[in-house]
Design a protein around this ligand. Sequence first.
Ligand code: C2O
Ligand code: CU
Ligand code: CU
Length: 470
Amino acid sequence: MSRRAFLAAVAGAAASASMRGAHASAVDERQIKVAPGEVRLNGAGGPSTAVWTYNGTVPGPALRLRQGQPVRVAVENGLDEDTTVHWHGIRLPNAMDGVPGLTQTPIRPGESFSYEFAPPDAGTFWYHPHADSLVQIGRGLAGPLIVEEAEPVAFDGDLLWLLQDWRLTKDGQIAGGFGSMMDASMSGRVGNLVTVNGQAQPDQSVRAGERVRLRLANASLARMMALRFEGHRPVVLAIDGQPCDPHEPEDGRLVLAPAMRIDIALDMQGDPGSRHDVIDDFYDGLAYRLTTLVYDNASPIRPHPLSAPLALPRNPLPELDFANAVHQEIVLQGGMMGGGKLKGAGGMMGMTMPGMNGGAAWAINGMSMTGDGHAGMAPQFMLERGATCLLTMRNETAWWHPMHVHGFSLSVLSRNGEPVPHRQWQDTVLLAPKDTVDCAFVADNPGDWMLHCHVADHQMAGLMTVFRVK
Ligand code: C2O
Ligand code: CU
Ligand code: CU
């Protein structure tokens, strides 16, 4: 977008915001239909892949909401199995959280459910099913959710890349074998094709001199990513939707585990006509080109990079009260090369789940809760409403785990005893093998909430628990 077009867009947004102000209570109505569909992940010339879609597309439509404005999303289930929608990272009422058996009965085939909430935080979020998650997310169900700041933030453009990882057969169909014990007890179902907004290795056209806000979301089942922008220096503005102190990432790589989002500012410093790859090199020796920044031939839109401050406005997160905090420890156990005995939800070893040959492969504090949240397990711990909880997560396993908490953002305090800088708040915290991370949050939202690894196979195979805020 040119500077002039940008200013016009900002003026338009401001005008429509003040018009909306006149009917502040008006509910924003949206509709989502979940149904099978066909997409071409490799462009028009590639094979057609049978997938599951939101409103016919993969990823689903980008929901752009306004901070604090009530929205009602009517979800219709056109699959022949139960589903729900979980609004990942949004702090919302428990009954709207989309966890089957815990916060709602699942949406049966042919039925509908309306989700209503008013997103308190501006930022980058996403939505996905929380029923048969491994299969449903693995077949394509995921969509971006953007909550716009009350006051527009100045960038020349606002881009979003939703990244999905697919395990495809040679003829371009989704491979079966979901929930194999091999995937479940090791790194999860890592695929063989990554798409950016539903396309493999698309070009991203850019203009010299622009400053773009780029929202990255990893909607993969299991693939960890570490993004490098060749010839560019991204500045991290927000993690999991929550603004942090703007900073350049260590060694220039953006580590993006499944379910994480990172917003960056990208100054387009390349020459007109140049091309720069964006590479994922999380896995040693396996560099993967995700996309390429392709500069048009126009001369730079400004002679020098912008020097305007980059910090995004902070969200209204509750104040932590360390003096009166309660402490809770979560220990992650199991996996291949992990060892230890696992106890199932019913106190039995090896609960089975459909499609899994074994049973529980993982545990939290000695207990394995398998599936999507409907295992009917008593909460692992209770918190008084309003209490500050110091949450220590200790990974005893030999594997990586992006640990996700529903309903709250966690202030990430320290990692292996080292303070975490940049005042980061996250809903998904990546633990490397043997890592210990200290976080804190205010238990201001009553209900039963999930806490689980977002590697879908790990969640399904026991790396999940529930806590209650009374
Ligand atoms: Cu993104 Cu329990 O989910
Ligand atoms: Cu979530
Ligand atoms: Cu995990």
